[in-house]
Design a protein around this ligand. Structure first.
Ligand code: FAD
Ligand code: SF4
Length: 330
């Protein structure tokens, strides 16, 4: 591993100022992703600024919604009474990720910024436009079973791995960040992560040195009818082949609003807007759920080894909507 210096930030402005000084300096939160990447030689910062002790851990009610600290641990977030009661979809999605030990270390901000699990990205002897721009994409013509079916480009076909973020996309989260000179801005979750386009090295629209401070969620009208479904190769320590965060708000027997977001299918959390549009005003039954899934999956462009994700995605949307309608029960 390349040698690096380590320091602890005293407060948020100090952390931002230090990291903004050079692209070689990075924030360190729980370290569960960054340190792995440094050991593999994928990330090579010259300095780490430890932010994990900063006072950004609170989870509290806002008028109508909730504010979640970027440095609250995944475990504490998933188990917090306000989250369990009002945002069960988020709780389920966090608990579907990693393992208890990792969730005890992992922070919410770090979770959002975890990097792809594409094996070619981790293998530094292979071409990878995300790790080394201009070298090519090993996965495009290689083994791409785990890769994208939506929104990919010739430059990169990777998928984004976070479970938590799929629920946040469905719940219309907003990410609050602080930049140099104390500048603050709020980024709607759907604009936070990026599709690869010509610049797959950029995972998000965050500028270097910007610190995620809080994640805000509006009032949740889907709490009673929501479900996070994760389909994976084995029951633990596995990233999603396909996941679906689903929520339904009813007006009598008709669907007033629907939320469907997918994981494991694109370079960012994929809001299934075609499925959502189809469901509004319909009755919540299997026929309509199947048609909604079909409307979404028509846009899929599978690669050589992941055609199976199209049918899996279709069935996962139907199943997640059925479970949501049933209050998350079987
Ligand atoms: C074996 C294993 C299995 C896993 N399985 C899953 C899974 O199934 N599902 C899933 O969703 N995740 C999974 N994970 C990933 C895990 O959830 C992430 O590693 C974790 O959430 C990252 O959080 P962290 O605090 O450790 O981030 P770090 O590793 O400390 O940081 C990650 C990145 O975020 C940046 N950063 C951190 N905090 C901030 C901030 N506040 N503002 C700006 N930048 C910041 C850092 O500079 C770094 O670039 C798994 C991890 C492992 C090791
Ligand atoms: S899919 Fe993206 S991350 Fe994977 S090898 Fe291609 S460019 Fe790299």
């Amino acid at each position: 591993m390349k040698q690096f210096s380590y320091s602890r930030a005293v407060d948020a402005p100090n952390a931002v100022q230090t990291v903004s000084a050079s692209r070689e300096i990075k924030f360190l939160a729980g370290g569960t992703n960054l340190i792995d990447l440094m050991k593999e030689g994928v990330e090579n910062p010259s300095a780490l600024v430890d932010i994990v002790r900063l006072n950004l851990k609170q989870i509290k009610n806002l008028s109508g919604g909730i504010s979640i600290g970027a440095l609250a641990k995944n475990t504490d977030t998933a188990n917090h009474p306000l989250i369990r009661q009002n945002y069960p979809l988020l709780s389920q999605a966090i608990l579907a990720g990693a393992s208890q030990q990792i969730r005890n270390m992992a922070t919410n901000g770090g979770n959002l910024l975890q990097r792809t699990r594409c094996p070619y990205f981790y293998e530094v002897t292979m071409p990878c436009n995300k790790r080394a721009p201009g070298t090519g994409c090993g996965a495009l013509e290689g083994i791409n079973r785990m890769h994208a079916i939506f929104g990919w480009s010739e430059k990169c076909v990777a998928v984004y791995p976070s479970d938590m973020s799929i629920a946040l996309a469905a719940l219309d989260a907003v990410v609050n960040v602080q930049g140099a000179n104390g500048q603050e801005r709020s980024i709607p979750f759907t604009n936070f992560h990026r599709l690869p386009g010509d610049n797959p090295e950029k995972d998000t629209n965050l500028n270097h040195g910007e610190l995620i401070t809080t994640i805000e969620l509006p009032k949740n009208n889907f709490a009673g009818k929501s479900y996070y479904l994760k389909v994976r190769d084995r029951a633990s320590y596995a990233f999603a082949l396909v996941s679906v965060a689903a929520g339904l708000e009813m007006d009598g027997s008709r669907i007033k609003q629907a939320r469907v977001a997918m994981g494991g299918v694109a370079h960012k959390p994929w809001r299934a807007t075609e499925a959502e549009k189809f469901l509004i005003g319909k009755t919540a039954d299997e026929t309509n759920f199947k048609q909604a899934a079909e409307a979404e999956m028509q846009q899929a462009r599978p690669l050589e080894h992941n055609e199976f994700k199209v049918d899996l995605g279709r069935r996962a949307i139907v199943h997640a909507l059925q479970k949501a309608m049933n209050g998350g029960r079987t």
